[in-house]
Design a protein around this ligand. Structure first.
Ligand code: NAG
Ligand code: NAG
Ligand code: NAG
Ligand code: NAG
Ligand code: NAG
Ligand code: NAG
Ligand code: NAG
Ligand code: NAG
Ligand code: NAG
Ligand code: NAG
Ligand code: NAG
Ligand code: NAG
Length: 778
């Protein structure tokens, strides 16, 4: 025998393939090798380094084996391929040339985690000895061939994470030896046939993330009946989540007493949670969230003593949260959010001390938050009690939850103060106590929460100042203190918090300057309005205080008024520093449009700085007024000058040319040098201001618009009658040309000395005719 092996190896080395001696029994193997090479030749990536051993010279003399048994990824029994494992080999190819008919002894086929595309050929049914088949994580598409059901010896079938479509195989019941069935993450449709119940050895069935519909056949857990002798009582994991399965959940699932995972979430199941679930004493993970389940949680749920995760959120469940949940001493995560649970949160809820996450948000729970909740769970990580009807005070023992990262109690009826023990929760990332009736001062201890990234205390009754300890919140990204009664100044250090992106201080009693600093660069009116008097400093002024402006204009007396417009009036104000500024006060009507134009103006003028564009020094906003502070231009508007004969005479041709040039420079800068380009949309002689040397300054950016390339830039009509481009009036599409048209009108006005009204009317009517003509032709 030994010498025969040596000789046969010797022969193999000497004789070039494929002329094996038939006696070596190599012909079948040779056929297998040739067939596999043909498949390899069809791959898109011929340089695949995993496949270098797959060639006809690859003979390992030591092993005295024959081709292809020496190739990587291949094992043989009696010289015939019985195992092919190319898992994660970077193969890019199809199964079109796979040698199904040439590998009759194949028992294990693992092609998982490659880029195999195309359909699964029906010849797969020829691999009759196959017990293990794994195509997980490829790009296979189209229907699963019915011939798959010929593989009656299959125990492991994994087609997960492909693009397979069509229905599940019609008679999966023939695969009676199946233990593992994974076809998750595909596009399967149709329903699950009742023959599924014949797969009596099945331990794992995962069909999640498909488009399966219909109901779960009761056969899945039926006790032996005349109709069906089998059942799936060996099932350990059943995952049918993320499909379109409907009807009620079969009571018979309660018979699957070995189940450890039951995931039916994100389907359309209705009806109640079967009380038989109480039999599933080995269940570790129960996910029913995102269905239309109704009725109460059966109190038998307390029997699921192995449960670690219970997720029933986003259903229509009602009633009290059963006290028996307290029996679940292994529970780590509890999600009951967005149902209609009422009554109190049970004190005894999970007494084990290993609970980490609780969400009961968006229910109708009432009563005080159980004190015990905070005391006994040292490992609590996440608590969301928001949007319920909890009342009473916050307890001080919550400081014992040293691991807590998220605490959300928003939108309840909590009263009293925030206990200083809050400062003990040093791991907190998110603290949201908004929309309650909390009062008193914000505890300085919050400054100890250096990991905090989101702090929302809005819509309460907090008083006092913003604690200066907030400067320690170096991780803070969002700070919302809006709609409280906070007073005093905004701490300067807030503006320097390195990560602060969103800040809302609106509707408090804050006053004084808005500190300049990176966190406040992008502050909008929305975020500071409704205070006692906050002023923003954009550039230039040393100290801008609302009350100084009020005093220097004698409370916006008409004496100081130098112009009136649609949005507001403009005043001349001399500040205590001696500086003279123009102050535009927007009309005192609560109005979204007004706020929008205020914001627009601040945004546009913060972006742009040009000698022919008016400078914005700052703004102030309180509950009554919003004001903008500009450089003061002594000569006033071009419209005014042109209308007063004496002053108009002073404007010689050189000056007029200079004015037109100045406006052109400003527009060119806004349209071509700003990114995104800014369109003014209201160029008119009223909005051109002149300085003593008659240099033009474009003003009034209340209707300005940033032209974003990625948006359509449609808009409602804006601008002054007689200056609006006719095509804009018809199409409502904003672009730079709107300004160019208005500029043309303005240029004619400067030359003529008055608005070229007649000319425009002619132009407009002929344009109208043109438009009508074009419409008729096209
Ligand atoms: C194989 O060749 C392709 C180009 O044909 C190249 O993009 C790829 O990186 C190569 N892969 C290996 C493993 O050499
Ligand atoms: C295939 O090989 C991988 C390792 O490359 C291994 O994890 C897997 O279990 C193998 N499959 C079979 C069916 O032996
Ligand atoms: C392989 O399968 C096809 C189709 O299922 C069948 O027609 C053919 O006879 C089979 N060949 C062998 C060798 O079993
Ligand atoms: C299925 O497996 C059994 C036991 O291993 C074996 O006897 C039988 O021949 C196999 N069936 C086929 C079609 O290979
Ligand atoms: C294979 O499956 C097809 C279709 O399901 C069937 O017609 C054929 O008889 C089966 N072949 C064998 C050998 O079982
Ligand atoms: C599957 O089982 C049914 C009934 O048990 C039988 O009629 C059919 O021929 C089988 N199909 C295959 C492919 O074995
Ligand atoms: C499940 O079916 C088997 C027969 O396949 C039977 O022996 C067993 O009693 C059934 N189990 C239940 C819970 O019905
Ligand atoms: C489960 O909880 C209920 C109600 O709290 C109690 O009556 C029952 O004895 C508990 N069962 C177990 C096994 O602890
Ligand atoms: C909060 O309490 C007030 C009375 O204190 C009550 O009118 C209101 O309905 C409660 N809100 C909620 C959500 O329970
Ligand atoms: C918890 O907070 C209280 C009040 O701020 C403080 O007195 C106590 O020292 C803190 N305990 C720990 C362990 O930090
Ligand atoms: C302000 O907004 C601009 C534009 O959205 C952005 O690029 C910039 O990073 C922001 N600055 C700060 C300090 O957030
Ligand atoms: C206003 O801004 C200017 C320039 O940006 C700066 O020099 C000045 O200190 C600021 N004043 C206040 C009160 O923040």
């Amino acid at each position: 025998m030994g010498s025969f092996k040596i000789i046969s190896t010797f022969l193999l080395v000497l004789l070039p393939f494929p002329s094996f001696h038939p006696k070596c029994g190599a012909s079948a193997s040779a056929e297998e090798a040739a067939a596999l090479l043909k498949w390899k030749a069809s791959f898109r990536n011929q340089n695949n380094s995993f496949l270098t051993s797959w060639n006809l010279q690859s003979i390992n003399a030591k092993k005295s084996s024959v081709l292809p048994c020496t190739w990587a990824g291949i094992s043989c029994i009696d010289g015939r391929v019985n195992r092919l494992n190319l898992s994660d080999w970077s193969i890019e190819g199809s199964l079109y040339d796979f040698p199904f008919s040439s590998l009759p002894n194949l028992e294990y086929l693992d092609l998982s985690q490659n880029q195999i595309f195309g359909s699964i050929p029906k010849q797969i049914g020829n691999l009759s000895k196959l017990s293990y088949l794994n195509f997980y994580a490829n790009e296979l598409s189209q229907e699963i061939p019915p011939e798959i059901c010929n593989l009656t010896n299959l125990t492991h079938l994994d087609f997960g994470s492909n693009q397979l479509s069509g229905a599940l195989p019609e008679s999966p019941g023939n695969l009676t030896n199946l233990i593992i069935l994974y076809i998750y993450e595909n596009q399967l449709s149709g329903s699950i046939s009742k023959e599924i119940g014949d797969l009596k050895f099945l331990t794992d069935m995962e069909l999640s993330d498909n488009q399966l519909n219909g109901s779960i056949p009761a056969s899945i857990g039926n006790l032996s009946t005349l109709e069906s002798l089998s059942n799936l009582t060996n099932l350990i994991e059943l995952d049918l989540s993320e499909n379109q399965l409907s009807s009620s959940i079969p009571v018979s699932i309660g018979n699957l007493s070995d189940l450890e995972l039951l995931a039916l979430h994100e389907n359309q199941f209705s009806g109640t949670i079967p009380p038989t679930f109480g039999n599933l004493s080995r269940l570790v993970d129960l996910r029913l969230f995102g269905n239309h389940l109704s009725g109460p949680i059966p109190s038998a749920i307390g029997n699921l003593i192995s449960l670690q995760l219970l997720s029933l959120g986003d259903n229509n469940l009602i009633g009290a949260i059963p006290k028996s949940l307290g029996n679940l001493t292994n529970l780590i995560e509890l999600y009951l959010q967005n149902n209609q649970f009422s009554g109190p949160l049970p004190e005894l809820l999970c007494q084990s001390g290993i609970l980490q996450n609780i969400s009961v948000s968006e229910n109708m729970l009432t009563g005080p938050i159980p004190k015990k909740m905070f005391g006994v769970y040292p490992v609590l990580d996440f608590i969301d009690l928001s949007n319920n009807k909890f009342y009473g005070k916050l307890s001080s023992n919550w400081g014992e939850c040293k691991m807590l990262k998220t605490l959300i109690v928003a939108k309840n009826n909590i009263t009293g103060g925030v206990p200083p023990e809050i400062g003990n929760l040093t791991q907190l990332h998110t603290l949201n106590l908004s929309l309650n009736y909390l009062s008193g001062e914000i505890p300085r201890e919050i400054g100890k929460l250096t990991q905090l990234s989101e702090l929302d205390l809005s819509q309460n009754f907090f008083t006092g100042e913003i604690p200066s300890e907030f400067q320690n919140l170096q991780s803070l990204g969002t700070l919302d203190l809006s709609q409280n009664n906070l007073s005093g100044l905004i701490p300067k250090a807030l503006a320097e918090l390195p990560g602060l992106l969103h800040i809302n201080l609106s509707f408090n009693n804050l006053k004084g300057p808005i500190p300049s600093g990176r966190a406040f660069v992008n502050l909008t009116l929305e975020e500071v309005k409704g205070n006692k008097g906050l002023c923003g400093n954009i550039t230039g002024l040393r100290a801008l205080l609302y009350k100084e402006i009020v005093r220097s204009t004698e409370e916006f007396s008409d004496t100081y008024c130098i112009g009136k417009g649609g949005c507001g009036s403009v005043y001349k104000a001399q500040l205590p520093s001696g500086e003279v500024v123009a102050v535009k006060r927007l009309h005192n009507i609560p109005n979204v449009g007004k706020d929008k134009s205020f914001l627009n103006e601040i945004r546009a003028l913060t972006e742009i700085k040009h000698r022919n564009i008016v400078k914005l020094f700052g703004f102030c906003s309180n509950a009554q007024h919003s004001i903008l502070v500009y450089e003061y231009l002594e000569r006033g508007s071009l419209a005014k000058i042109l209308s007063i004969e004496e002053q108009a005479k002073e404007l010689d041709w050189q000056k007029r040319l200079n004015i037109i040039k100045g406006v052109a420079h400003a527009l060119s800068y806004m349209h071509h040098d700003c990114s995104p380009p800014i369109v003014h949309r209201d160029i008119s002689s009223n909005n051109i201001l002149l300085e003593p040397e008659c240099e033009a300054h474009v003003s009034d950016f209340g209707t300005a618009k940033f032209l974003r390339r990625d948006s359509s830039n449609w808009s409602s009509l804006a601008g002054t009658y007689g200056y609006v481009a006719p095509e804009f009036a018809y199409t409502m599409k904003v672009n730079e040309k709107c300004d160019v048209y208005s500029f043309g009108v303005l240029a004619m006005e400067v030359i003529k000395g008055k608005h070229p009204g007649d000319l425009i009317a002619n132009l407009l009517s002929s344009t109208l005719e043109e438009i009508e003509l074009i419409t008729k032709v096209s």
